[in-house]
Design a protein around this ligand. Structure first.
Ligand code: ADP
Ligand code: MG
Length: 263
């Protein structure tokens, strides 16, 4: 797929699951344009339609309304030129790490051997060079997620979609993953859509943060994050980080995602 300059364009894209009395409005019609090479974060409470949005954009489920194009191509079925990373890495224990990465190539009917060198390079880029030939069960949670990132990128998709990829990791691992993901993105400049319910993670990683409201999901605000990169550990002390995090917290307070606890 060409990385057409129009990027990803959602126009009144909405999703209702079911019909009649059992209908659930998962996503109210939203407008959103994601620029090629942009790092976009989507933050919102559980159930606000974040995963639904990812599945709509990748064509894994049909939308109920609206128009959607990915790099100039209207989405009418599963988008193939995308890498997806979920909260759970789901690696096959009977395949080595590198063969798990190549599984993506295999599934797509591509020539596995032609991608082996690229898989090795990616494993090096995510810090797993020494583990390429090991089974996944020898890896820590963070390392498994690194392997999943390499697997998502092996077929060279222009778009990487990540659905709470660090959600199951401990805080220290998560912070390291954040730093490493930013470095990888700076090197590759893929278009990234990063879904999280961590305000910090969204602000520290993104060029723009889409703030979603509780169910039924809507876009509450889109906030540009004008902070220099790389955003190291010290970025947490940056006045801009603090101001934007405060703004998002304020929106969530207003929308009942957070409540002030009684004094
Ligand atoms: P999030 O990822 O933000 O936690 P989801 O996108 O998974 O939220 O879900 C949004 C809403 O849509 C929720 O109310 C959820 O129960 C509902 N939903 C998601 N998938 C389905 C489905 N396949 N059938 C019916 N309802 C669904
Ligand atoms: Mg979800």
């Amino acid at each position: 797929m060409m990385t057409d300059a129009s990027g990803i364009v959602l126009s009144k894209v909405g999703k209702v699951f079911g019909t009649g009395e059992r209908a659930t409005v998962a996503l109210e019609p939203i407008d959103l344009t994601i620029a090629p090479g942009e790092f976009l974060a989507i933050v919102g409470p559980s159930g606000c339609g974040k995963s639904t949005l990812l599945r709509l954009v990748t064509g894994l489920i049909p939308r109920t309304s609206g128009d959607l194009t990915v790099f100039g191509t209207p989405v009418t079925g599963p988008v193939t030129d995308v890498g997806i990373v979920f909260q759970q890495p789901i690696l096959l224990d009977w395949r080595s790490v590198i063969d798990n990465v190549l599984f993506q190539v295999d599934m797509r009917g591509l020539d596995v051997e032609a991608y082996r060198a690229r898989a090795a390079t990616l494993l090096k880029a995510v810090g797993l060079a020494d583990f390429a030939d090991r089974p996944p069960y020898e890896l820590s949670g963070g390392m498994k997620q690194r392997a999943a990132i390499a697997r998502a990128l092996v077929h060279e998709p222009p778009l990487l979609m990540m659905d709470e990829p660090f959600g199951a990791l401990d805080a220290l691992t998560r912070e390291q993953m954040r730093l490493d993901l930013e470095r990888l993105w700076l090197e590759t400049r893929k278009t990234v859509v990063f879904i999280t319910h961590s305000i910090d993670e969204a602000v520290l990683l993104a060029d723009r943060v889409v703030v979603m409201s509780p169910r039924p999901g809507r876009i509450e605000r889109i906030i540009p994050v004008d902070m220099p990169r790389p955003r190291g550990l010290a970025a947490r002390k940056d006045a801009r980080f603090l101001a934007i995090s405060d703004t998002i917290t304020g929106i969530f307070l207003e929308r009942g995602v957070f409540h002030h606890s009684p004094a």
